[in-house]
Write a protein that binds this ligand. Structure first.
Ligand code: SF4
Length: 220
C-alpha cells in the first residue's frame, strides 16, 4: 500500500513538473479549476523575453487596476515614464486618462488599465506586427480573467487588435463594436489629445464616447 502511494506521489510530481515546463500555471480537474492568477501573469510579463522589445526595456508593464471591474482601458504601449515605473499610463497622457476616468465617475483603481504590448518600443515607435503577435496572449488572458462589459481602446493600434476595419479612427470612434461578447468603444489616445491640445474638438469627441460608455454601464 505504502509503495502504491509513493508511486502515485511520484507520478503526480512528474506531471506537475511536466506542466510547469510547458508554462501551464493551472491544472483542470473534474471538480475544480484554478484559473491563472493575475500575480502569476504579471510575473510572466515582467520576465518575458518573447520579443525584441524585452532588450530595451527597464520594466515591463503588465497593467494595473481592479480585476473584477466592468471597464477596461487598453492603450498601445508603455512610454518613457511607464518604462521607468513599471506602471501603465503614469506620464502626461496617463494623468489625462486618470482625469477622464474620474470624470466618468470611477476611481482609477476601480477600472483596469493596460496596453497591447507590455514593453516600451524604442523612441516610442509604433509596435511592430510581430511584437503585437508575441504579446497578444497576455492581453487575451487578462480579458479572460477580468471579463469586462466594456473595453475602451485608446488609439489606432488598440482598436486594430479588436476590430478588423479599414475605416479611420474618426469613423470608428463613438460606436460600440462587439468583440467576443464584449462591447468595444474606440476613442482617441490621450497622447493624441495632448499633441492636439489647441484643437478642443478631439477632447469633446472623447468625452462624447465616454458618455456612451457611461450610459451603457448605467453610470449616469
Ligand atoms: S512586449 Fe510582450 S512579448 Fe515582447 S517581451 Fe514584452 S511582454 Fe514579452
Amino acid at each position: 500500500m505504502e509503495k502504491r502511494v509513493d508511486k502515485l506521489i511520484e507520478n503526480l510530481e512528474e506531471r506537475v513538473k511536466f506542466f510547469s515546463q510547458l508554462g501551464v500555471d493551472f491544472i483542470e480537474s473534474s471538480s475544480a479549476r484554478v484559473e491563472p492568477s493575475v500575480p502569476s501573469l504579471e510575473e510572466q510579463v515582467r520576465s518575458c523575453q518573447k520579443c525584441p522589445l524585452a532588450k530595451g526595456r527597464k520594466n515591463a508593464v503588465p497593467g494595473e487596476g481592479n480585476i473584477h471591474t466592468e471597464l477596461m482601458f487598453v492603450g498601445e504601449a508603455p512610454g518613457r515614464d511607464e518604462n521607468i515605473q513599471g506602471r501603465p499610463f503614469v506620464g502626461r497622457a496617463g494623468q489625462l486618462l486618470t482625469k477622464i476616468i474620474t470624470a466618468m465617475g470611477y476611481k482609477r483603481e476601480e477600472v483596469y488599465i493596460t496596453n497591447i504590448v507590455k514593453c516600451r518600443p524604442p523612441e516610442n515607435r509604433t509596435p511592430h506586427a510581430d511584437e503585437i503577435e508575441q504579446c497578444r496572449g497576455y492581453l487575451l488572458d487578462q480579458i479572460k480573467m477580468i471579463q469586462p462589459r466594456v473595453i475602451v481602446t485608446l488609439g489606432r493600434v488598440a482598436v486594430d487588435f479588436f476590430i478588423r476595419s479599414r475605416e479611420g479612427m474618426t469613423a470608428l470612434r463613438g460606436n460600440f463594436h462587439e468583440y467576443e461578447g464584449i462591447q468595444v468603444m474606440p476613442t482617441f489616445h490621450p497622447a493624441y489629445l495632448i499633441r492636439n491640445e489647441s484643437n478642443k474638438i478631439f477632447k469633446k469627441m472623447v468625452w462624447e464616447d465616454m458618455k456612451k460608455v457611461m450610459a451603457f454601464l448605467g453610470k449616469k
